[in-house]
Design a protein around this ligand. Structure first.
Ligand SMILES: [Zn+2]
Length: 276
């Protein structure tokens, strides 16, 4: 979504290191990204207020989610299979799965067929309603913080392409830590600025879009996770070139190479709670 007219913007400090000094980095026209002078984190500054962001995730966003439902689902399942997720969680307790930013709830619906108690959280109201009514998945409409789940409720918390949309990823991760059982897992998927593409395309990179407020490098995401009570168990990346920008005979081998040598522009991070 493009920024709407009349949004209110606020200055923020770096979520990774707390520094207030960022330098202009990518100018994307109606919005821009700065780069932290201390830790190198790339983020929009100023950022839209939460109310303005919430208004973006309405009917238009719902149609986008619905159109891409199957595609996003198969990418998520593929990502999880690349890290042998089902084997890792074979004896997990509690067998409960929470998908944050679950859109129409396809992933929790799938985990419900795999012996999990599965539910979702989704800010976009029509998407949450669709998932509840058509897929029978319990989906809370709002943010994770608003859902106020009891401590240690979930064996797995999964959030794909979510953290980069948030105003405060640190508060989000701390809340994830609180609701995950001590033996549980956190799975995050988000764009990776350490990959080749961010450097190659800059402001024209496919992830430098208006809805992405934070773009993490692997190192900075690991640092933030550690501060919020997690230990990173595995980080993977994939994604060579965006669909449509190169012919298939170039895109395919580059995608394969990006995955094999870990230089893609999307990363998956598997983390576990550090002891309190
Ligand atoms: Zn910083």
């Amino acid at each position: 979504m493009q920024p709407a007219q009349g949004e209110h913007h606020v200055q923020v400090e770096c979520v990774v290191c707390g520094s207030e000094s960022d330098n202009p980095y990518w100018d994307c026209g109606e919005y821009s990204f700065g780069r932290c002078g201390r830790c190198g984190h790339i983020y929009q500054n100023p950022q839209p207020s939460f109310a303005d962001l919430e208004a973006r995730y309405s009917d238009e966003y719902f149609s986008y989610e619905l159109d891409n439902d199957e595609n996003f689902f198969s990418l998520m399942v593929k990502g999880l299979s690349d890290i042998s997720f089902e084997q890792r969680v074979a004896s997990l307790a509690p067998r409960s799965f929470l998908d944050i930013g679950c859109a129409t709830g396809m992933l929790p619906a799938y985990f419900a067929t795999q012996g999990f108690t599965a539910e979702g959280v989704e800010l976009c109201e029509p998407a949450a309603r669709y998932g509840r009514e058509l897929r029978g998945v319990p989906i809370f409409n709002g943010t994770l913080e608003q859902a106020a789940f009891p401590d240690a409720s979930f064996g797995v918390v999964h959030a794909s392409h979510l953290i980069e949309h948030l105003r405060d990823p640190s508060a989000f991760l701390r809340e994830c830590r609180r609701v995950i059982a001590s033996s549980g897992y956190l799975v995050l998927v988000t764009p990776d600025t350490s990959g080749l593409q961010a450097r190659l395309f800059g402001a024209r990179w496919r992830s430098a879009i208006a809805d992405h407020l934070h773009l993490f490098s692997r190192r900075n995401l690991a640092r933030l996770l550690a501060e919020c009570g997690f230990i990173v168990e595995e980080q993977r990346s994939w994604g060579g070139l965006a669909a449509g920008i190169a012919p298939d005979f170039i895109k395919r081998p580059l995608d394969t190479a990006a995955k094999r040598w870990n230089f893609g522009d999307v990363m998956l991070v598997l983390a576990r709670p550090a002891p309190f």
